[in-house]
Design a protein around this ligand. Sequence first.
Ligand code: FRU
Length: 491
Amino acid sequence: MISKQLQRARDYEAERIPEIGNEERPVFHLTGGCGWINDPNGFSFFRGAYHLFYQYHPFSNVWGPMHWGHAKSTDLLHWERLPVAMAPDTSYDGEGCFSGSALEMPDGRQLLMYTGVHSESGDADDPGRYQTQCLAWGDGINYEKYEGNPVIFPETVPGGCVASDFRDPRLWREADGTYRCVVAAMTEKRTSRIVCFRSEDAFHWEYEGDIAESTKKLGGMWECPDYFALDGRQVLCVSPMAMMPEGREYHAGHNTLAIIGTRDPDGTFRQEAMQQIDNGIDFYAPQTLETPDGRRVMIGWMQAWSNSKFVPPGVKYFGQLSLPRELHVKNGRLMQEPVRELLACRSGQIIRKDETVKNGTVSFPGIEGRLIDMTVTVRDFSELKKLDIFVAADETYHTSVSFIPKRKMLRLDRNYSGYFYDIVHSRDMDVETDGGMLTLRLIMDRYSLEIFETGGGRCATMSLFTPLSAQGIFFRAEGTAHIDIEKYILQ
Ligand code: FRU
């Protein structure tokens, strides 16, 4: 049955979508039909297609009562919009259907597990609210909320945790056919625990134990946990709120953290290393899935909470999801690169080998555009003080990526990228220079730039609002840069 609230969201979307021109949207990055989106939800493979849901407030460009928007794809890059999947329309989720996950069940249905927010005052931010874990199931288009909701409720919140901040269930099936979910729980001391529940049938749950706990240094509340095996290791990804910066990392306030370790047969998670997942300005609340051919792929919200209230005037929708990335663990580090499906979208190869940029600015014929996949290799830094790569550039606009070899760093700057507000526009990040060479892959999809460091596996993400007329790409060196460029158009 489609509720009044869900029908209203679907009707509203159908009216608004035709008002947004194709060129106002990215090609490979999922956006909401209209209005606001945040976290990716229910990222999964179901009946021959990838499904991707997202936190959605169709009615305005600011966060509001959360719905689940929905899309599917066969290549993780071209998304077909589907009707809004869930609306806040019951007594247990009336203030919002918060983030969660999806799983194909043995009976062939898709099960969604999400957080229902309820408060007496009708305000999702009310500290007196409570958050419970709920289920809905469906056929890949329409979803029905389970009549036994909520399935994990305030009375089952583990001791020491609070029901007001208890959310974002990540559901999976174990090899023995039992189910687990991890949930982010805030403690009475305002730190966070990732708590694990067990079920025989995915409907009746009992608390099994904790996976991890934050200290204040690692943030107050850990949101959106994900937990998976990869390359012989176990990885816990969380999005900590209010985490302390360290060196060039964790400056975003709301950060992304990967903890790498091992999982003992008794379920204990032994932590060995941790790192920031994304080094750019806009990336949060990532989720992963396993593709049918066994790859672990991650996607995140391409925004930062701290900047998200400043929507440039005239913008018709707000928020995008990132490019999906293939993950690996290598030498104890999480390595990321764009999904290989992107290679099939490339054409118009231009290669420039052994170019020299010396104390000045140069451009190269055909090296331009806003829908591009461009790899720049910098060789021999001995005479190079700084190399700036300007993209989305014209007389008014530019976004820059600057390599400073002596400091082993990249500086990202989007001060002139269509924003109207003095929010965070720059970030420094470490890069691997030990081999005497740096290879960066820059992917632009009209309104974003994602940078992947080939050797070190780091990546950095940011969204842009630069008008599409700014198509230029320039290279500027202080000292001498020796570079190779390989550039493709994406389509
Ligand atoms: C993370 C988050 C989640 C919550 C959702 C609400 O960005 O705060 O913890 O479920 O967004 O929209």
